[in-house]
Design a protein around this ligand. Structure first.
Ligand code: SAM
Ligand code: TMP
Ligand code: ZN
Length: 405
């Protein structure tokens, strides 16, 4: 049995999506087939409850020069990060010469607000192309993986950090012990380490099986994050549910005794107990739901094709790699996917090799149905594409189950 990457306990495998490509490796027709494949399976640690992947993808296969994801692709996310940056500027960062570090700063969507306020900051991100976009926004970036060694160098060069922030990245890092030792080295005695990530409670409640993919090495809950923090000499001081990405959680971690511990922490842990997040049966049921969703989706797409209806994909998300490759959906069922990320357009989705086109192609002409892979941005995308509905088009969603709206 695989050992838990957090506590060494036994990991009970509950879902196996089979051979899957790296989810963000959008290939060209010439490089199609060169994707790195691995076995995508997830398990649950029966000791510390952390949900984690069974097989780790080498980090250089995922995060490199060509990593395409851009935080700025969503207006909702831009506003979300701007709001939090302003909250930090008005609170944690009001002392003398404060310093902020962001792990996984991507295109600088969060740090640009901090930088414009004249506050010392450093983004750390190994993906060179997205880091260039951040620099163009005036953000200072170190193109590197955050880990113990890089954290020590940052601490020596820039001094302690008052805030270390990391959104949708900490869960991507299997070698979390090195990262937490780095946080320990870099964080000021009274500093806070803030993580935002997709919330396991929402993933289970919504049967969002596509949240299982290479980059999501861990799926966090309040209970598992508190255990992890304590193992590394920290305390989980506060949690705040967030609506972004289909249900996320913001975790505020501090050194023990330095911050009051909010009652929200124990309240959420109690809710997680009631929701069965500590029980293996919950995860086995989730796997059963995933199988049903995949089967229903393929059946629906096959029926629509038989009826001569056209279907186009919307949002070439990393999540969609799990759905497309596990369900075996190819260009015969979904001829192309619209996506606003320049680095994905003109490329082929990993494994399934479905072409990605700009959203302008969506209306030329509108299809009968659009399969929304970016369901976590449903409100934003449906508002943007309201003409599609007005023209009689319908959206297909597969979370929490396959349905048409
Ligand atoms: N924080 C942004 C957001 O929430 O939109 C970007 C999230 S993106 C899904 C994950 C980012 O983490 C990528 O830009 C990737 O290059 C970066 N990353 C992966 N491993 C990292 C590490 N060890 N240290 C710093 N950044 C890392
Ligand atoms: P995410 O779910 O990992 O944030 O990825 C969302 C994908 O959907 C990303 O490739 C960008 C794309 N997208 C659009 O094409 N149009 C939009 O309006 C939004 C919000 C996202
Ligand atoms: Zn464990």
């Amino acid at each position: 049995m695989v050992q838990c990457r957090i506590c060494g306990g036994p990991v009970d495998e509950f879902i196996d999506f089979g051979r899957q490509p790296v989810s963000d490796s959008f290939v060209t027709p010439e490089t199609a087939g060169s994707e790195y494949f691995f076995r995508l399976a997830a398990g649950f640690c029966t000791e510390c409850t952390m949900v984690q992947l069974i097989e780790e993808v080498p980090r250089e296969q995922m995060f490199h020069e060509d990593y395409p994801y851009r935080s700025a692709g969503s207006v909702v996310m831009r506003e979300h990060f701007e709001k939090y940056a302003n909250q930090l500027l008005g609170g944690e960062l009001t002392g003398r010469d404060p310093f902020v570090v962001e792990i996984g700063s991507n295109d600088g969507t969060m740090l640009k607000t901090i930088g414009r306020a004249g506050v010392r900051h450093l983004g750390v991100d190994p993906s060179a192309q997205v880091a260039e976009f951040a620099r163009a926004e005036g953000v200072r970036v170190r193109t590197d993986f955050f880990q113990e060694t890089s954290a020590r160098e940052i601490a020596e060069a820039d001094g302690p950090a008052d805030v270390i922030f990391s959104a949708n990245t900490f869960s991507h890092i299997a070698y979390i012990d090195s990262v937490l030792r780095g946080v320990d080295t870099l964080l000021a005695p009274d500093g806070i380490f803030v993580i935002e990530d997709r919330y396991l409670g929402s993933i289970i409640a919504q049967n969002a099986f596509d949240q299982v993919y290479d980059e999501h090495f861990y799926l966090f809950s309040v209970g598992s994050v508190r255990t992890m923090a304590r193992r590394h000499g920290f305390e989980l001081a506060d949690v705040q549910p967030l609506s972004v990405h289909g249900g996320s959680m913001r975790y505020t971690i501090a050194r023990p005794g330095r911050r009051p511990v909010s009652t929200a922490v124990t309240e959420h842990i109690e809710r997680e107990r009631e929701a069965g997040l500590g029980r293996p049966e919950t995860y086995h049921r989730f796997a059963e739901h995933a199988r049903t969703s995949c089967r229903d989706l393929v059946q629906l797409l096959t029926e629509l094709r038989a009826q001569g209806r056209s279907v186009v994909g919307y949002g070439a998300t990393a999540k969609s790699a799990t759905v497309l490759n596990h369900c075996g959906i190819g260009t015969d069922l979904v001829p192309f996917i619209c996506d606003n990320t320049p680095a994905k357009q003109g490329r082929l989705a990993p494994g399934a090799h479905i072409p990605v086109r700009s959203p302008e192609e969506f209306a030329k002409p509108y299809p009968d149905y659009a399969l929304l892979f970016a369901w976590n941005h449903a409100e934003e995308i449906m508002a943007k594409e309201r003409e599609f509905r007005a023209a009689g088009g319908k959206w297909i969603l597969y979370v929490p189950e396959v349905h048409i709206v």
